[in-house]
Design a protein around this ligand. Structure first.
Ligand SMILES: [Zn+2]
Length: 257
């Protein structure tokens, strides 16, 4: 099985850099904000006793904070969007909000745990059908968190670009917020797949595109899936991709090259 590092290397190789000296994304020189703490909670949940209890609660709080913040950005209005973080790698366990809840008001006791088959193993509530896509991305990309938004930018631009199969983003300083990118002289292609209410069909369509996707995939007329090695990185990636989609829209409106 490919390691996380291998997967990132694979993805990086498909991002076109003007510079051949691309280095792994460096938190200290990046666009990312200050560390939020509990960054390694994903792996800490395997500890035993009170340490595990603390780590899981920290992970729960990090996920809740992420959902609340993204909701405030207007990226998951209504009960839209879906957000998950890997609580345990073996056996695979995702921590996420149940289907149909307001992501701006989720409390820790409302979170559920889901296994590799998409079944709820802890907590009350039903797992969203979109859990299948989260599981596929986690398994294919060996990432630690998947953040799925329903922003207006992702919804409209994906529909516009469906016939091309991707949205090309290039020349923006903020591209450097994506892991592995060190210069604005870079082009990324975010794949776009057709929407489908049958998640098995949607997953099958997306599957061959994931290894080349720059930590993001668009579903036409629906939204964005973004991921990262940790919840913190996934959050940075979703913010960067949403920003890039926003400027792409404005670029088209103004006819800026
Ligand atoms: Zn959705």
């Amino acid at each position: 099985m490919a390691t996380t590092e291998d997967k990132h290397r694979s993805t990086d190789a498909l991002i076109s850099h003007a510079s051949s000296a691309a280095q792994p994304f460096n938190e200290t020189s990046s666009l990312a904000g200050a560390p939020t703490g509990a960054q390694s909670a994903n792996t800490e949940s395997t500890r035993t006793g009170s340490a595990a209890f603390t780590a899981v609660n920290s992970l729960q709080q990090d996920l809740i904070n992420t959902m609340t913040d993204l909701h405030q950005r207007g990226w998951c209005d209504g009960t839209g969007g879906n957000f998950s973080v890997v609580a345990n790698r073996d056996p695979l366990t995702l921590l996420m909000a149940p289907s149909g809840v307001d992501k701006g008001r989720v409390t820790a006791d409302a979170l559920i745990e889901v296994n590799a088959d998409g079944n709820v193993t802890k907590g009350n509530g039903r797992a969203s059908a979109e859990t299948l896509m989260h599981l596929q991305i986690v398994e294919r990309c060996q990432c630690g968190a998947v953040l799925h938004t329903h922003s207006a930018n992702a919804t409209v631009l994906s529909k516009q670009a469906l016939h091309k199969g991707c949205i090309e983003l290039e020349g923006w300083e903020m591209l450097k917020g994506l892991r592995g990118i060190t210069t604005h002289e870079t082009t990324i292609r975010v794949p776009v797949v057709d929407n489908n209410q049958d998640l098995e069909i949607l997953c099958k369509t997306a599957k061959p595109l994931l290894s080349e996707a720059p930590y993001g995939l668009l579903v036409a007329g629906h939204g964005l899936y973004a991921w990262g090695a940790t919840l913190k990185e996934a959050r940075r990636h979703v913010e960067i991709l949403e920003f890039l989609l926003n400027v792409h829209w404005k670029q088209q409106l103004l006819g800026v090259r």
